[in-house]
Design a protein around this ligand. Structure first.
Ligand code: NOJ
Length: 757
């Protein structure tokens, strides 16, 4: 076996070096003593009560007395979805009062909710936030969401969602931070820090819950709630990495996932929930099951009945059972029968109490109120607008059609130019369309009047199959200088349970774009969607293309600012954009193959002569119809200027294990507009004990450059950052040759190499 350096702790810190790990999560003897004292006096019923998380949103009027009595009896540890109630919305205060005044040990309830990308002020969907490549933006978004949600008493959120997602068919890719473990770790930690703050006893702080543990993003075919097969090395190097980074940063809670992982439901997966999370990582927060997931082990064919499901989940590492009540019903029997131990129950309760204490719920149990001043205030809206601007990715800009100018007559076409609900995106339990600012009114405000705007949506919603509006849209296009098509997907087409097998623009949008393009007028296509879209001929037909994701409350004004050049686009793709669904899964950091495709070593399908010998068109790792490249690579994004990369230098051609390399390049703004470039550092470990990815993102820097300005951008790279899990599942950096790129995206850049000795 090769010589290697084995080290573990340092790596995850290095991976998120830009951020300070939270320190409150260190073991605290005084807090543990408080837990001991509480636990010593709790009855079995009260202990089990702490493991029960109930969904307030599912209750009817008739259930209220019984459920309040259960709180009074200490049988419930917390609620989710209190704002989702159809009968007693905002019951936080009332429920908490019963818990802290009338329950036996007066232990406060914890209230959780899916505050995923904003509470009332909705930020871009997480995938859009990831496209900002800006940890400050992500952290600020989470901070604002927490300030808003805590006014109502929600002190726990089910975010960040840090499932590595490589399949745009999967609807939940919208909630993810993309395909890259480095980027998702960095931004996931930023989100956690924004929610939790450095002092989670702060009444504006929320406990974060990293989800979904683990492998959910790898479900087969992009089908939700499905099967995932992830070999251990890939699990540790890719899927677990963002979770490890968050745990090291003081993450308070984790949610297990719906999928099976290597044939074991994640809800009862002792390998991930106990061995990795507790034994290896020393996570001391609580683990919540996903909604109904304990019972779903029955249809999975893993549990025979509810009692068996409780046994498996409780023994598997679940502390807090979401929605179902199998722990309440069956743990007493299971303990009597010796199938679950009271010692393990005590551990789960300790985990629960530890987080409730760290949140300071005894001192601040109630909603902090002040809704009128806090919710949707101007500062929050401005931050949401900036976040939306930074999330937009400019993918094409022929003839420099963008930025637009105020004198042009614009035909505003497409279903999403004025769709307040749709632009908010998935998971907006509390955001409201009445608060949304859409593009069309924002444009009218910006231009000061509507004399240069012709509106003709063409279709009324994204899946509309009627062509009745086409003629008016084409007529509008003919009268305009520029066609602005704002289309994509309604928000319900992505998110939980909403996967698609066909990821093209739904409805008749492609046909509409074709007719608009046939007018010969320049066409700017803006896509709002929760995933990458198979563009087909619409790419060719569009003069410019801007990916706007689902941009949230302030998406409209943000779009105006970017389209009219008030700000330059800065977003970069946080995932690989495929040409077609047939390429999926497609991600930049794939393993090196035995026959890498090049532009020359195979023949495209239409060029293959009929009847030729089998091997004559060439054999390499490609698709005859789509080739070997994506539509747009990971990290890609244009702006209103151009940048050059020059003078790549590294501090040494050889470095020893445990040492740091410095790499730099000079980036110059060669255009006429000030803009930010996202300068990316990639590495390839050429030979490994196991095969290694063709490139891996190791770092990036955002540099703002005025026209003509240049800057030397310098990265440091410690050999620990080159570590991976070898065949023996040791985290190692192996000596050998590495390629290094400083690059504008995962396919280009300046390249050199170095040796680790
Ligand atoms: C199910 C989803 O998978 C999870 O992400 C969410 O947090 C819970 N439901 C609670 O709503």
């Amino acid at each position: 076996m090769k010589k290697f350096a084995c080290r573990c702790l340092r790596m995850s810190l290095l991976m998120v070096a830009a951020l300070n790990p939270l320190v409150y999560a260190a073991p605290d003897p005084a807090l543990e003593k408080q837990i001991d004292e509480l636990l010593a006096n709790m009855s079995l019923t009260e202990k089990i009560g702490q493991t029960q998380l109930r969904d307030w949103g599912t209750y009817a009027e008739k259930d209220m007395p019984a459920i309040k009595q259960a709180v009074r009896d200490g049988k419930i540890g917390g609620f989710l979805n209190v704002t989702m109630s159809s009968v007693n919305k905002y019951a936080f205060e009332e429920l908490q009062r019963i818990a802290v005044e009338e329950s036996p040990k007066k232990i406060p309830l914890i209230f959780g909710q899916d505050v995923i990308h904003g509470y009332k002020t909705i930020f871009p969907i997480p995938l859009g936030q990831a496209a900002s490549w800006n940890a400050d933006i992500v952290k600020q978004g989470a901070r604002i969401a927490a300030e808003e949600a805590t006014t109502d008493g929600i002190r726990w959120t089910f975010a960040p969602m840090i499932d590595i997602a490589r399949d745009p068919r999967w609807g939940r890719i919208a909630e993810s931070l993309g395909e890259d473990p480095y980027l998702a770790s960095l931004l996931g930690v930023a989100m956690t820090e924004g929610f939790q703050t450095e002092d989670p006893t702060d009444p504006t702080a929320m406990a974060a819950s990293a989800k979904h543990f683990v492998g959910y993003g790898a479900t087969e075919g992009g089908r939700d709630y499905n099967t995932a097969y992830v070999p251990e090395g890939l699990l540790r190097d890719v899927y677990l990495r963002p979770f490890k980074a968050n745990v090291d940063a003081g993450l308070m809670t984790i949610m297990s996932s719906y999928n099976t992982l290597n044939d074991i439901p994640a809800t009862a997966n002792k390998f991930t929930l106990k061995k990795i999370l507790r034994d290896e990582w020393k996570f001391d927060g609580f683990v919540v099951s996903d909604w109904n997931a304990v019972m779903e082990m029955i249809p999975h064919g893993f549990a025979a009945d509810a009692k068996h499901a409780a046994e498996l989940a409780a023994n598997g590492g679940i502390d807090f059972e979401m929605h179902t009540d199998t722990f309440e019903k069956y743990l007493p029997e299971l303990i009597k029968e010796g199938k679950f131990s009271e010692a393990d129950l005590n551990t789960a309760v300790r985990n629960m109490l530890r987080i409730k204490l760290r949140l300071g719920l005894w001192d601040n149990p109630y909603p902090r109120g002040n809704r009128e001043q806090v919710l949707l205030n101007e500062k929050f809206l401005a931050a949401a607008e900036t976040a939306a601007e930074e999330s937009f990715v400019l993918l094409k800009n022929d003839k420099k059609i963008l930025p637009l100018n105020k004198k042009q007559t614009i035909a505003v076409i497409g279903p999403l130019a004025d769709a307040p609900f749709e632009q908010l995106g998935t998971w907006i339990y509390d955001g409201e369309k009445k608060d949304t600012r859409t593009f069309l009114p924002a444009l009218k405000k910006y231009l000061g009047n509507d004399k240069n705007i012709i509106v003709a949506p063409g279709v009324s919603y994204s899946r509309d199959k009627s062509t009745a509006g086409f003629a008016a849209a084409v007529a509008a296009a003919k009268k305009a200088d520029v066609i602005l098509y704002v289309g994509g997907e309604e928000s319900v087409l992505s998110g939980e349970g909403h996967s698609r097998g066909d990821i093209r623009l739904p409805g008749v949008q492609q046909e509409l774009i074709a007719q608009l393009a046939a007018t010969g007028k320049p066409l700017v296509q803006v896509i709002m969607a929760g995933r990458t879209i198979q563009l087909d001929q619409t790419l060719e037909q569009s003069t410019a293309l801007l990916m706007a994701w689902h941009p949230g409350t302030m998406g409209g004004p943000a779009l105006v600012d970017v389209l009219y050049g008030e700000v330059s686009p800065v977003g970069r793709l946080p995932l690989t954009w495929p040409i077609a669904v047939g390429q999926i899964p497609y991600y930049y950091n794939h393993m090196a193959t035995g026959r890498p495709a090049t532009d020359k070593n195979y023949t495209r399908i239409d060029k293959i002569e009929q009847g030729v010998f089998q091997h004559q068109p060439g054999n390499s790792s490609n698709l005859l119809d789509y080739g070997h490249k994506p539509q747009f690579p990971f990290g890609y994004g244009l702006t209103y200027t151009t940048f050059t990369y020059d003078n790549l230098q590294i501090s040494a051609k050889e470095i020893g294990l445990g040492k740091t390399l410095t790499a730099s390049a000079v980036i110059k703004n060669t255009g006429k507009v000030a803009a930010t470039e996202v300068v990316q550092l990639y590495v390839q470990d050429i030979i490994g004990d196991v095969t290694r990815p063709v490139r891996e993102l190791k770092n990036f820097q955002r540099v703002f450059l005025k026209p003509g300005e240049s800057q030397k951008v310098t990265f440091t790279l410690h050999t620990d950052e080159l570590a991976f899990h070898n065949q023996a599942m040791q985290l190692v950096t192996e000596p050998g040759q590495f390629n290094l790129w400083i690059a504008p995206n995962a396919e280009e850049g300046l390249q050199t190499s170095f040796m680790v000795k």
